[in-house]
Design a protein around this ligand. Structure first.
Ligand SMILES: NC(=O)c1ccc[n+]([C@@H]2O[C@H](COP(=O)([O-])OP(=O)(O)OC[C@H]3O[C@@H](n4cnc5c(N)ncnc54)[C@H](O)[C@@H]3O)[C@@H](O)[C@H]2O)c1
Length: 266
């Protein structure tokens, strides 16, 4: 049995990913570390709560002692890091918690992983060779999509909100652990997800709720800003592919090639 630590698995994307991953890989045991902030709920994980290869631990990714305990107790052999503060509007009101969770939290996790798996820079302990840290990030680190074209992995980083700035900072920390210590890392930067279990606060649930209640639909500015959209289980398949086949040290963009203005209609 191989133990994989997933963080933020009670949130939107993580709670779609965990059942998919458990089902697909019968030799993986999933340890889910989640603080259950307003954004996470165990209701999202009902279908796996009694699964023999699944454990839930309530806790903060910034808590180094707890993360070290989990690595030792479960002999963690891989990490997929979803946990984050993820709502742009909240980051404008309260940026501090975004820096704490997204930057300090990512640093804490990757530093514990490096110490647990590696003997010294560029030398893994024999039994932990190939253990990988997969960081889940966002295409918002690249800034605003233009009227034509896509973000690529070569698009310069230009975050515009405290949320995207904190995610960009966490990407840089992960990159540095690959370059400085030779840690086996991959980063995926995904576009906007939609699908089951998404929190009410996000754009598509808000639009659907307003429409059902016959209320006017709230739109940012002139509604012409462009976003790319991807179904959450397609994202999960992309993560799976990169986690298993991605090249160490690489960044991969995952998107739907499905770019729409917020007021787009057919
Ligand atoms: N939702 C999207 O469209 C989208 C797109 C691209 C990338 N991402 C990235 O994917 C990841 C998951 O996004 P999501 O939409 O599922 O987010 P979410 O807000 O739905 O879930 C985040 C989860 O992290 C947990 N969490 C928050 N702070 C924590 C802490 N300090 N310690 C432990 N757990 C904590 C929350 O309880 C929650 O369960 C994030 O890193 C986000 O940046 C999201």
């Amino acid at each position: 049995m191989i133990s994989i630590l997933i963080t933020g698995g009670a949130g939107f994307i993580g709670s779609n990913f965990i059942p998919y991953f458990l089902d697909k890989y019968p030799d993986y045991r999933i340890i889910n570390l989640d603080l259950l902030t307003y954004a996470g709920s165990l209701e999202n994980l009902k279908e796996v709560e009694n699964h023999s290869r699944y454990r839930f631990i309530k806790g903060n990714i910034c808590n180094r002692e707890l993360v070290e305990y989990i690595f030792n107790e479960y002999d963690i052999r891989g990490m997929i890091h979803f946990a984050a503060e993820s709502h742009v509007d909240n980051s404008i009101k309260n940026p501090g918690v975004f820096v704490e969770t997204n930057v300090i939290g990512t640093y804490t996790l990757i530093d514990v992983a490096k110490n647990y798996w590696m003997e010294r820079p560029f030398v893994y302990k024999k039994e932990y060779k190939n253990c990988r840290f997969h960081h889940i990030s966002t295409d918002e680190v690249y800034g605003i999509l233009g009227e034509v074209g896509l973000f690529t992995e070569k698009t310069p980083c230009a975050p515009n909100s405290p949320y995207s700035a904190s995610k960009a900072a966490s990407d840089m920390i992960v990159r540095s652990y690959n370059k400085t210590y030779g840690l086996n890392t991959v980063i995926t930067n995904c576009s906007n997800n939609y699908g089951p279990k998404q929190h009410d606060e996000k754009l598509i649930p808000t639009i659907i709720r307003s429409a059902i209640r016959g209320r006017s639909i709230p739109i940012y500015g002139d509604g012409k800003n462009i976003r790319d959209w991807l179904y959450v289980l397609d994202h999960s398949e992309g993560i799976d592919l990169v986690y298993h086949k991605g090249r160490a040290g690489e960044t991969y963009n995952i998107g739907g090639e499905n770019e729409r203005t917020n007021i787009y209609c057919e």
